[in-house]
Design a protein around this ligand. Structure first.
Ligand code: NCD
Length: 311
């Protein structure tokens, strides 16, 4: 079986820890830039994105190049998908060009898992529908750990459109494996009750103050309008109840950090004062995206080379 990275749910704690540890080696020190290495020289990855992306696609590309690999990016609009080619045919066509991995983002939950059953090439999931976004959870964990926090016992409030968030799901899986307490918070219509059972250590609330009270980490989510079929909340009304403002931070631990996977919508889920505050680590998350994706690529491509799968 090819060993890609489809989700956090199927990984063990030591497998996750290994990626988090390895990503530290790839972080730039001080004000240095990312180092250019040749660990994956001669290898090639294909980025296949069926949904919009700025951070994830760019950082996978940069990560591959920093390791000496070649990276080719394809967006669905510019590919034969727009000429009616099926997903399986598109993937088989790309696989016939022998990339070492295919990094894919797709609007359908489970699409990469389905394709991986038919494909020899390892697939790295860069976000599948409302299901998982494993590298986002890994870079989030790296960012929390960089602040000297251990994940065990941490109180993490995840706030916003939980129902449609693959970021929330992957984070819940990762954080619960490490013994964190996770509070999921959002309007009732965006907070499915069954999520309480998705992993241990998860509680739900529709009350934002309750979620933030005593939090070590506040993770804000974008309202995923592209996945909502009902009429959405007007932005100002949503902001009034679920937008993060400076006064909320008083309720959290003094050292609280504010995270957001991006893209942020100022004035909808987060105020500019908070997004640009000292407590915000939003740009650290972006920076860590490269180091973490370097560790993932090394693990996936290295695993194929010597037949010794890291996960
Ligand atoms: C997230 C995604 O695509 O799931 N973005 C990202 O990868 N940084 C979150 C979002 O789009 O809101």
């Amino acid at each position: 079986m090819p060993q890609g990275l489809l989700g956090i749910e199927g990984l063990s704690r030591p497998e996750i820890q290994a990626i988090l540890d390895r990503s530290r080696d790839f972080q730039p020190r001080g004000d240095q830039r990312f180092r250019k290495l040749d660990l994956l020289r001669g290898r090639m990855v294909v980025n296949l994105f069926f949904e919009a992306s700025t951070r994830t696609r760019t950082s996978f590309e940069i990560a591959a190049r920093r390791l000496g690999a070649d990276a080719v990016s394809i967006t669905a609009q510019a590919s034969s998908v727009s000429k009616g080619e099926s997903l399986v045919d598109t993937l088989n066509t790309l696989a016939a060009m022998h990339p070492d991995a295919i990094i894919m983002r797709h609007a359908a939950s489970g699409a990469p898992h389905f394709l991986q059953r038919y494909l020899e090439t390892p697939i790295i999931n860069a976000g599948d529908g409302t299901h998982e976004h494993p590298t986002q959870a890994l870079l989030d964990a790296r960012t929390i750990l960089d602040r000297g926090q251990t994940l065990e016992g941490l109180r993490v409030a995840i706030i916003g459109d939980i129902a449609h968030s693959r970021v929330a799901r992957s984070n819940v899986h990762l954080l619960s494996k490490f013994g964190a307490h996770i509070v999921l918070c959002g309007p009732a219509s965006l907070l499915p009750r069954e999520l309480e059972n998705i992993a241990s250590g998860v509680t739900l609330t529709t009350d934002m103050n309750e979620a933030i009270c005593g939090a070590d980490v506040i993770m804000m989510l974008r309202v995923q309008l592209e996945r909502q079929h009902e009429a959405a909340f007007p932005a100002n009304e949503y902001f009034q109840f679920y937008g993060l403002r400076l006064e909320h931070l008083q309720l959290a631990k003094p050292e609280v950090i504010v995270m957001h996977p991006g893209p942020i919508n100022r004035g909808r889920e987060i105020s500019s004062e908070v997004a640009d505050s000292q407590r915000s680590v939003i740009l650290n998350q972006v920076e860590n995206g490269i180091a973490v994706r370097m560790a993932v690529l090394e693990s996936v491509l290295g695993a194929k080379k010597n037949g010794n799968a890291a996960h």
